[in-house]
Design a protein around this ligand. Sequence first.
Ligand code: ATP
Ligand code: MG
Length: 332
Amino acid sequence: RPRVLSGIQPTADSFHLGNYLGAVRNWVAMQHTHDAFYCVVDLHAITMGHDPKILRNRSRISAAQLLAVGLDPEQCTLFVQSHVPEHAQLGWVLSCITGFGEAGRMVQFKDKASKAGQDSTTVGLFSYPILQAADILLYQADQVPVGEDQRQHLELTRDLAQRFNTRFGKTFTMPSPYIVKDTAKIFDLQDPTIKMSKSASSPNGIIELLEDPARSAKKIKSAVTDTGRDILYDEENKPGVSNLLTIYAALTNRAIDELLEAYEGRGYGDLKKDLAEVLVEFVKPIQERTKLYLDDPAQLDKVLAVGAEKARAVSAVTLARAYRNVGFLSPA
Ligand code: ATP
Ligand code: MG
């Protein structure tokens, strides 16, 4: 079976629809066809300033949600990044073969840094894509299911793998991004020109899986739509309506063309009302299951402990090989 690895940051009290449709939904599917490793990347969640108590809580909520949307610890390896020390260890080595300018060209870094300002931009935020490369390469992943916003980071990962292999001998598998075009970028409901984001979206622009479903329904109904009245799929001129159609199609497994036919001659209001209903029905069972997992933190921690052990069995082997190839003395 080909190997996959992907991660999600515990940087909010809930995942949003973009995380689910762009990435996590594919994780669930791939656990049955791939040797799958998925992690809650808490090391990445401290790059922008955080509160320890909130972080701890969010890491558990993230794991519970992943189980609630369908990850099965019998089918995949689910773990927390900080439980596996090899991530930080390989991250250091990779940072020593990454150019300063190369890392500085990462668009997400530039975006997040310009928002945070010079004084609150950390070195960790700067080097986070290098740690992400370590996450992936440690597991010799063939594929990495992510949203479109991660494409550039995957390119960096590939460059680093290639560079390391060339300089120090074949060590890492070359990973490819696995990006499903239709849902690769879910847009903010209030500003359909930017991606829905945990850190950048306004409260009304983002649908959180764990928020009150009535609130989600309201947000769908007040989503920014476009001039004109016809329901058309046109990303350029009708980004708002197109985004709603993308979400609708993905949640119901219907083709956009089929939806366009069904809504011909009808208005935005009808579309929003129906989508709001679909969404509410979709999130309800996820919320119930998340709560069940959170109600038993001891069991949840056990699942994560087993996952960490399985992850370390792979990551320790890769790290040892990387250390040896790079020229570190093996401990006697
Ligand atoms: P942050 O704003 O803190 O970076 P985020 O919303 O980007 O949070 P991440 O934890 O960084 O969430 O990303 C988890 C996964 O979700 C990644 O694979 C990412 O590509 C994907 N993803 C994030 N936002 C979207 C979106 N709007 N559409 C599709 N996929 C997305
Ligand atoms: Mg992100």
